[in-house]
Every structure is written in structure tokens, then in C-alpha cells.
Design a protein around this ligand. Structure first.
Ligand code: ADP
Ligand code: ZN
Length: 672
């Protein structure tokens, strides 16, 4: 997993940020020029001083600047030595030469100044009088300051944006905000993952190999008039290897691979998402043939106008629209193939699935037992294993695990073994790693009173015994009363049957088994505890869905109130108050029946319950084989999936539909 994460970092230096440097240079120029224009400022004098200068005949040159209504005075070099000027000149900043001008003076108006000047010079002989030169100066400085101000404004704004968008990375700057954030893996930055690295998923691989063929050899398909698909949608729960598969496609085809997540399009500014989509496709077309991979496309591909207040999500819709437009816009032979992944295909806009867009849907399920074994093999390769490690057993003990979790187990096991200073990773380390992945860290310090521990032991033993003697309940994998994480004081883990359809009896057995914990507490202690919270939650959900969704109740009938198109903000119940009341009654009836059944069952098997609870208190963890040893084989002739798998060697290759969450029990303190 870690290897994957690293790959996701955008390669450095893909698109240097020229704009930033331009801005910095401009700022430097502005600062520099303003410095020099400050020092070029000449001291201003009043008419009296000017008159004085004229009378002393110190002036060499007078320039009248018409449009500024002021004059600039340059003194004779010998006059500059005079202390009345010297002081002024020394105060002036560096950089000014004796060339002048040395002083300036504001004049009211040009005509008035001429009059004034004539007045002052009336006693001076004609040939000694300094002539006034007239100049018209274009107002560069004023213009300059306007421009400078503008740039400073933009600069400040840019800094602000940079902060707001989190800074860093090519996408963080205002000028790059419309640029796609896709990470590019190309020749220098190659994807090294191949189909070898993807275990299981045979059907998906088959489909996707075709895409590799398209990219390698488009002519072969277009020659016969066929069209190359523009995109494929990988659908499946998180961690099942969708990203991995997409990368393998790129690795095998040897083409550039753009990887980004749907949420990368989403930004707080209007129009940014659409701009990013356009930029992404522009880049992709430049690099064609290539693959664009959009992870979690549901972030933008949510069906329009669903689950949203009117007008609330225009931005996302714009993004989606521009994605649709771009996908329509490129020719099928352009060599760009879009792969997208989601775990919620149900919320996707139907327009995305139209032919000519994501016309292939590849479904990727959680691996079945054979698939898990393959994945274990892939991830065990780099690990030093002891002889006792059996991948078949590992696969059997990890029902419902996705590839990511299996990778995690392998890594954890290696870490645990290292912590124990072992030379090789042993089966025990894997057991502990599995426990940790299921339940979080073992809480050695979590203090549980002996009394509480006894309750937990009987509770879990109740689940185990009830499941053992209920025909349709899933076979048990293991029970544990090692406190773990924040959520579980103990858990029982089951191996779900690989099935898609459940009959009423199966659901009833499942409910009864889930009641095992609470029933055992009541029978043994005569009191119940809060430890059954999550059990009760599951049971209640199941009972309500039996009545209102699956039409499994006589009184309510074959009616389903489930609406697959329902918006998330629908508060209307599609039934009357009277029906609502009846639903509640029927649910209660079902739940009560299940509970009574469990209680009867456990009273009947009280001695088994005691045996298992005592053993649990002693050993803390029991496996299926321990139970067989303690209370005999299950009285039903069903084969467990594991037995089936090991005898027929992979014949059971159907995906497990039901996630095998362990029936974890909440600690007493998690509820008030
Ligand atoms: P997704 O994109 O479906 O959420 P990823 O492709 O990111 O899942 O998978 C996460 C990790 O889990 C991968 O990097 C890989 O280590 C592991 N993994 C998942 N499925 C498989 C598989 N079929 N074979 C091998 N490793 C897998
Ligand atoms: Zn329980």
C-alpha cells in the first residue's frame, strides 16, 4: 500500500510556474524604480529663494515644464560651493550629480511666472539674464505609479489566493487554478505495475486487456469498422484494486498515464472544475495515446439534480457537463482512453454511462476465498516466511477482506514479527495481524474488571453456540474476547456463504444468532448489559428490511417501499400512518420471535455455553477447530466454504456478496 501512495505524488517539475517568476520580477522592477525616482526628487523652493538666486546670478539654466507647472533650476558649478546651497545638496540622497537640476519651484501659471520673472530680473542687464527654456514632459511617473499600483494589487490578490488554496504544488496558485491536477506518469516516470501484480480479478483483467490491445494496436480494431471504446468504468468497493488495475493497464500498454481523483476538480471557485476538465483533456490529447484515470468519479459524476437543493450544486453540474462535452468531443481514434473508478455506480449520472462515454462497465468485487489466496501470494512474495504459513488458511480466515486489507495484513504481520525479533514471519504473527486489521490495536492497558470480562465471555460464547446449532447461520471462524480498539470488547467472526439470495429462514437464523450474546447474558446472569448495541442495531435493520423492503411479511404483503431512485432529501413516507403502525408491530413480532428462539436454544445447550465461556476466559481466542473439540461437530451436513475450497481447490469462485463484518460488540461505556 505504501508503494502505491508514493506513486500518487505528482511528479516534480511537470509545469513550472512561469507566472510566479514574472510577478516577482515585476515587483523587483517596481521597487527599484520607485527607489530611484525617490532620490531624483529635487528640493522645492519658494519665490523668495528663487529671487535671491537670480539676484546673486547663481543660476545657469531654468527649464519651465509646462504640463507640470513648475520650473527646474540648475546652478552654476562655482555657486554650488556656496554654503547656502551646499547644505541642501548634501542632504540629498546619493546618486545625484552636480549636473542638476538642483531645485524646483512650483509656479501658479505660465503667464504669471513670465511676469514674475521679468519683474525679478528688471535690474539685471539683458546679456546676463538667464533665458527660460520651455519643455513639455510626458507624465511617465504618474503613469508608472498607476501601473505599479495595479501590479501590487494583483500581487496581493495572488498571495491571498495562494493561501486560500493551500499553497504549494502546481495547482495551488491562482494562475494554475484552472489547470488539471492530474499526476502524469510517462516515460521518465514510468508505471511499473503489470497484470502480474494484480491477483484474482480474472474477468476484469480479461476485459481490460482488450483496452491495452486497443492502445497498442488500434488499427487492428478500426480496420473492420469497429469503434474503440472511449472509456471504461471500474465499479467496486474501496480497496479492491481498481487503481491498481488502471495502473497495470498503463504499465502494460507503455503509454502515459494521467491519474487524478474526482474531487480534484472540485474547488471553491465557480468555473474552475470545468476549466480543469478542459485542461486535462488538452494535456491528454497532446500525449496521446494515453490513459486518463479518474478515481472516485462520483465526486463529480453524481446524477444531476439529484440529492441537491435546487441551484445548490451548479458548479458540480458544470464540471460534469464539461466532462461529458469533452468525452463527446474527442475522436475515438485519438488514442485517449478514460478509465474511471467508483464504488457508488448507483449515484452516477446516467449520461455518463451512455454509449460513447463510459461504454464499458467492469465490475470488481471483493475477492472470494480463491482470489484472497492469490492476493496473499502476491503480497507475501517480498516477505520471509516460516514453514508453517499456509496461504489457504490465511485466505479462509479473512472473509470479506479486500485486497487493500490483505496487503495491510501482510505488512502488519512482518512488522509484528520484526518487533518480536523473529527471523521469519510465522503463522501466529499473521493471526495477530488479522486481529489487528479487524479490530484495531490490541488494548493491553484497557482495564476490564473480571466481572465485565465474564460478561463478555458469555456474550461471545452465546453467539458461538447459537450459531453452531442454527442450521442456516454462517459457520464460525473464530471468537475473541481480547479487547480491541475503541469499538469492540470482543467479537465473533463468521465465514459467510457465497450466496446472493437469502430465504426467510436464513434471515431468521441470522437474527437469532445475532441475539445469542444478549440471550446468553440474560440466561446466565439474569441481567442484560449495553454490550449488545451493535447486535441490536443489526437485528432491527434486518427486521425492518424484511418487512418494508423484501416483502417477507404476511400482514404487510408483497410490497416494497424501497425506492432505488429516491432522492436523499425525501422525507415523505410512501405509506399511511396505519401501515406505519402495522409495520412497527410486525417488526416487533419478528424480533421477539427470534429472541425467544435463541433463548430456548441456549437454555437447551446451557452446558455447551458454559464450556465455551470458560475456555474463552482462559484462552481468549477460540477457533472453529477448538469448538469442534469442545462441543463436537456441527449437527448439519453442510460443507463450509473453506472445506469446499480446499477439497475442490478453487471451484468456489463466486464472489461473496455479503461483507463478513465480524459481529463486534460495543463496550458498555460507549452508551449512556
Ligand atoms: P481501489 O482503487 O479499488 O480503492 P487500490 O487499487 O488503491 O484500491 O488498492 C489498494 C491496494 O490494495 C493496492 O495498492 C494493492 O496493494 C492492494 N490490492 C488491492 N487489490 C489487489 C489485487 N487484486 N491484487 C493485489 N493487490 C491488491
Ligand atoms: Zn454480540
Amino acid at each position: 500500500m505504501d508503494r502505491e501512495r508514493k506513486d500518487k505524488n505528482p511528479p516534480k517539475g511537470v509545469r513550472p510556474n512561469y507566472q510566479m517568476w514574472i510577478i516577482l520580477a515585476l515587483v523587483a522592477v517596481i521597487l527599484g524604480v520607485s527607489y530611484f525616482s525617490r532620490i531624483s526628487e529635487v528640493p522645492e523652493i519658494q519665490v523668495s529663494r528663487f529671487t535671491d538666486m537670480v539676484e546673486r546670478k547663481d543660476i545657469k539654466k531654468i527649464v519651465l515644464i509646462k504640463n507640470e507647472e513648475q520650473i527646474e533650476i540648475t546652478l552654476k558649478a562655482e555657486a554650488l560651493q556656496n554654503s547656502i546651497y551646499k547644505n541642501d545638496l548634501e542632504k540629498r540622497p546619493l546618486g545625484l550629480t552636480d549636473a542638476g537640476p538642483h531645485y524646483r519651484m512650483k509656479i501658479g501659471s505660465i503667464d504669471k511666472f513670465y511676469e514674475q520673472y521679468d519683474q525679478i530680473t528688471k535690474n539685471i542687464p539683458r546679456e546676463q539674464k538667464v533665458d527660460i527654456q520651455v519643455d513639455n514632459r510626458s507624465d511617465y511617473t504618474g503613469l508608472f505609479w498607476n501601473v505599479a499600483f495595479l501590479f501590487l494589487l494583483v500581487f496581493g490578490f495572488w498571495i491571498l489566493m495562494r493561501r486560500m488554496t493551500g499553497g504549494g504544488g502546481p495547482g495551488g496558485q491562482i494562475f494554475n487554478i484552472g489547470k488539471s491536477k492530474a499526476a502524469l506518469f510517462d516515460a521518465e516516470n514510468k508505471v511499473k505495475i503489470t497484470f502480474e501484480d494484480v491477483a484474482g480479478l480474472d474477468e476484469a483483467k480479461e476485459e481490460i486487456k482488450e483496452i491495452v490491445e486497443f492502445l497498442k494496436n488500434p488499427g487492428k480494431f478500426t480496420k473492420l469498422g469497429g469503434k474503440i471504446p472511449k472509456g471504461a468504468l471500474l465499479v467496486g468497493p474501496p480497496g479492491t484494486g481498481k487503481t491498481l488495475l488502471a495502473k497495470a493497464v498503463a504499465g502494460e500498454a507503455g503509454v502515459p498515464f494521467f491519474s487524478l481523483s474526482g474531487s480534484d476538480f472540485v474547488e471553491m471557485f465557480v468555473g474552475v472544475g470545468a476549466a480543469r476538465v478542459r485542461d486535462l483533456f488538452k494535456q491528454a490529447k497532446e500525449k496521446a495515446p494515453c490513459i486518463v484515470f479518474i478515481d472516485e468519479i462520483d465526486a463529480i459524476g453524481r446524477s444531476r439534480g439529484r440529492g441537491s437543493m435546487p441551484g445548490a450544486n451548479d458548479e458540480r453540474e458544470n464540471t460534469l457537463n464539461s466532462l461529458l462535452v469533452e468525452m463527446d468531443g474527442f475522436a475515438t481514434d485519438s488514442g485517449v482512453i478514460i478509465l474511471a473508478a467508483t464504488n457508488r455506480p448507483d449515484v452516477l449520472d446516467s449520461a455518463l454511462m451512455r454509449p460513447g462515454r463510459f461504454d464499458r462497465q467492469i465490475s470488481i468485487d471483493k475477492p472470494d476465498i480463491a482470489g484472497r489466496e492469490h492476493i496473499f501470494r502476491v503480497h507475501l512474495k517480498p516477505i520471509k516466511l516460516a514453514k508453517d504459513v499456509d496461504t489457504k488458511k490465511l485466505a479462509a480466515q479473512t472473509p470479506g477482506f479486500a485486497g487493500a486489507e490483505i496487503a495491510n495484513v501482510c505488512n502488519e504481520a512482518a512488522l509484528i514479527a520484526a518487533r518480536r525479533d523473529k527471523k521469519e514471519v510465522e503463522m501466529q504473527d499473521f493471526h495477530d495481524a488479522i486481529d489487528r486489521v479487524i479490530g484495531g490495536l490490541e488494548k493491553k492497558t484497557k482495564i476490564i474488571s473480571p466481572e465485565e470480562k465474564r460478561i463478555v465471555a458469555y456474550h461471545e460464547a452465546g453467539h458461538a453456540v447459537a450459531g453452531w446449532f442454527l442450521e442456516h447461520a454462517d459457520p464460525l471462524v473464530k471468537v475473541s474476547i481480547v479487547p480491541r480498539g475503541v469499538a469492540a470488547l470482543g467479537y465473533a467472526q463468521y465465514l459467510p456463504k457465497e450466496q446472493f439470495l437469502y430465504q426467510t429462514e436464513q434471515l431468521m437464523d441470522e437474527m437469532s444468532m445475532t441475539f445469542g450474546g444478549r440471550a446468553a447474558e440474560e440466561i446466565v446472569f439474569g441481567k442484560i448489559s449495553t454490550g449488545a448495541l451493535s447486535d441490536l442495531e443489526r437485528i432491527t435493520k434486518m427486521a425492518y428490511s424484511m418487512v418494508t423492503i423484501y416483502g417477507m411479511n404476511d400482514k404487510i404483503g408483497n410490497i416494497s417501499f424501497f425506492d432505488s431512485k429516491q432522492s436523499e432529501y425525501n422525507f415523505n413516507k410512501p405509506y399511511s400512518e396505519a401501515t406505519a403502525e402495522r409495520i412497527d408491530q410486525e417488526v416487533k413480532k419478528i424480533v421477539d420471535t427470534a429472541y425467544d428462539r435463541t433463548k430456548q436454544l441456549l437454555i437447551l445447550h446451557r452446558e455447551h455455553l458454559e464450556i465455551i465461556a470458560k475456555e474463552l476466559l482462559e484462552k481468549e481466542i477460540l477457533f472453529q477447530s477448538d469448538l469442534e473439540r469442545l462441543i463436537g461437530k456441527r449437527p448439519f451436513s453442510h460443507q463450509t466454504t473453506y472445506e469446499k475450497f480446499t477439497s475442490a481447490n478453487g471451484a468456489a469462485a463466486k464472489p461473496e456478496e455479503k461483507p463478513a463484518e465480524p459481529v463486534a460488540d460495543s463496550p458498555a461505556e460507549s452508551k449512556a
